[in-house]
Design a protein around this ligand. Structure first.
Ligand code: NAD
Length: 309
């Protein structure tokens, strides 16, 4: 029988490559292959593994007469022509579950950073100051966390928040289908209005869709407590940045932590420069473990698919 051949087109963690080899596949690495080189080479392969650099175009699918699968180590599929994949009966795999824990842990870090003013305290020390008296914070224990979107990340965050002895509220469009998870976590499913009204921290974990664009704007902020914090580690565009900037400037919200922005990097520092914000350059998924998981998860999915024949 002809050996199954896989071409890895972008650098991925070694563990996934090892798993593919151990499964008996012939794996080749050409991690700086150009678009035209791929069109020529693809005829030899049963599957491609890519990240975001390699574009899997109509021409690649047309030339890839042996191609059965394209695996994207990561989430976004914008670099793959999905219509052509469907036309050619080529399966497209990805690993949206890989960064979930990394993002949930980061949100926990952001909550603690906001509540205990850790970044502010650190930068004051770096300036040679000792402003202990001005840095009284608050504790997470006993506070209410509102999680908007109880999918992979929202669920993990809920569990972690419970371990911090927080009350957890959640709102999700398909919450009826998620009640077993809501109950397992010990969270409470509520309306968006109730969540906004009662939460000390509101954290967003929905995808960016036309329905979620500017889901948090002036009207929603108006419902929130003045002492509340908003956290967005989902996607820029879910929060209306002008409304958030205005609310923070007039003290209508206590603070915000942002890992994502409408424009990345942001065009100016009018939001990132505020004392009440903690801002990060989209590092939610940037852990060694999440990168490893990207590669091992797509390898496992590829092995299952290709072993079926
Ligand atoms: P998921 O698909 O598992 O969960 C999303 C949840 O949002 C679902 O349960 C869905 O029903 C719910 N939802 C969708 N529209 C809604 C609406 N209008 N109102 C309320 N709920 C709604 O996704 P996930 O893996 O938990 O990831 C969530 C988001 O986090 C992703 O879409 C992505 O944009 C973002 N993300 C960010 C980073 C980062 O680096 N900061 C990394 C990974 C993912």
């Amino acid at each position: 029988m002809k050996k199954i051949r896989i071409l890895v087109c972008d650098p991925i963690h070694d563990d996934g490559i090892k798993a593919l080899m151990e499964a008996g596949f012939e794996v080749e690495l050409q991690t700086s292959i150009s678009g035209s080189e791929l069109v020529e080479a693809v005829i030899e392969y049963d599957a491609l593994v890519v990240r975001s650099r390699t574009k899997v175009t109509k021409e690649v699918f047309e030339a890839g007469i042996r191609l059965k699968a394209v695996a994207r180590a990561g989430v976004g599929l914008d670099n793959i022509d999905l219509e052509e994949a469907k036309k050619g009966g080529v399966e497209v795999l990805n690993s949206p579950e890989a960064p979930s824990n990394a993002v949930a842990e980061l949100v926990l870090g952001l909550m603690l950073s906001l509540a205990r003013r850790i970044p502010e305290a650190d930068s004051s020390m770096k300036r040679g100051e000792w402003i202990k008296r001005r840095l009284t914070g608050s504790e997470l224990k006993g506070k209410t966390l509102g999680i908007i979107g109880f999918g992979r990340i929202g669920y993990i965050l809920g569990k972690k928040a419970k371990a911090m002895e927080m009350r957890v509220l959640t709102y999700d469009v398909v919450v009826d289908q998620l009640m077993h998870l809501v109950e397992e976590v010990g969270a409470e499913a509520v309306s968006m209005e109730e969540l906004l009204k009662e939460s000390d921290f509101v954290s967003l974990h929905v995808p960016l869709l036309p329905q979620t664009r500017h889901m948090i704007g002036a009207r929603e902020i108006e419902v929130m407590k003045e002492s509340a914090y908003l956290i967005n580690a989902a996607r820029g565009g879910i929060v209306e940045e002008d409304a958030l900037r205005e609310a923070l400037t007039i003290g209508r919200l206590a603070g915000a932590a942002l890992d994502v922005f409408e424009k990345e990097p942001p065009e100016d520092t009018s939001l990132t420069g505020l004392r009440s914000t903690v801002c990060l350059p989209h590092i939610g998924a940037a852990t060694e473990e999440a990168q490893r998981a990207n590669s091992t998860i797509v390898a496992k999915k590829l092995i299952e698919l290709l072993s079926r024949g």
